[in-house]
Design a binder for this molecule. Structure first.
Ligand code: CTP
Ligand code: CA
Length: 224
């Protein structure tokens, strides 16, 4: 009961997130995508709302319901996710941007407007790729940028790659995990990287980790 009367740690803050994978079409019935259930990003959006924030979630295709209280916009491609993020920032100053989405680094440059047909024999389609915009890097480079939090799903060398990625993206905070140990699971463990080094959020369900991450963010925003 008493907790209900305590001011919430993110009251009045605007938080924008990306979550889930992106889907890059090859033709109208096929595409390439990344492994991501969206569970971690949706849990963080929910935790931000529980902490009192106004939350906008830009989501790639997932099987998850929109978290209660969260304004949820659905997109397919990385370019659409980029445009939706920039539009949300243009409409409303955002205090924090949390990039949880597993964004496809490349889209198919020679996507077909009609379904590719399987021909007997050997003439298989040859895909050409073009690089997608880096949403997090673009947001971090904006004048008056929100406080940016990145995610990194690595398959090896997490401590080295995580620290390097935070610096390359020029962001104050990055959460790293070993991707294939967490995809689709209900729990996870995170390493948080900042300018002072890193610390570990031990294995827990994604909602618990999300609440811890939002508490950490609230603390940082209050000093920002
Ligand atoms: N990200 C993004 N837009 C992209 C690619 C990545 O916003 N086009 C964000 C992700 O949401 C994540 C962070 O950047 O928060 C790191 O993504 P990751 O794929 O690990 O980094 P990359 O710089 O793409 O490096 P890598 O070569 O390891 O894929
Ligand atoms: Ca990438």
């Amino acid at each position: 009961i008493i907790a209900a009367f305590q001011p919430k740690s993110m009251a009045g803050k605007h938080v924008l997130l990306t979550a889930g994978p992106t889907f890059e079409p090859i033709d109208p019935v096929r595409g390439i995508t990344n492994l991501s259930s969206g569970k971690m990003g949706y849990a963080i959006a929910e935790a931000a709302w529980e902490a009192g924030a106004h939350v906008t979630l830009i989501s790639g295709p997932t099987a998850l319901p929109a978290p209660y209280g969260v304004q949820c916009l659905h997109v397919q491609t990385a370019q659409q996710m980029h445009d939706a993020v920039m539009e949300a920032i243009g409409l409303q100053h955002q205090d924090a941007f949390i990039a949880v989405a597993a964004v496809a680094d490349w889209r198919v440059a020679n996507a077909s407007s009609q379904k590719l047909k399987k021909n007997s024999g050997s003439d298989m389609p040859e895909l050409k790729f073009a690089q997608n915009p880096d949403i997090l890097t673009s947001v971090a480079a904006l004048p008056d940028a929100p406080y940016c939090v990145g995610f990194a799903a690595e398959s090896e060398n997490l401590l080295v790659y995580g620290a390097a990625k935070r610096i390359k993206k020029n962001i104050p905070l990055l959460a790293g995990n070993i991707g294939h140990h967490t995809f689709g699971q209900d729990d996870n463990e995170l390493i948080l990287f900042d300018a002072n080094g890193h610390h570990h959020l031990p294995r827990a369900d994604k909602h618990t980790l999300a609440t811890q991450l939002i508490a950490e963010l609230a603390e940082r925003l209050s000093q920002h």
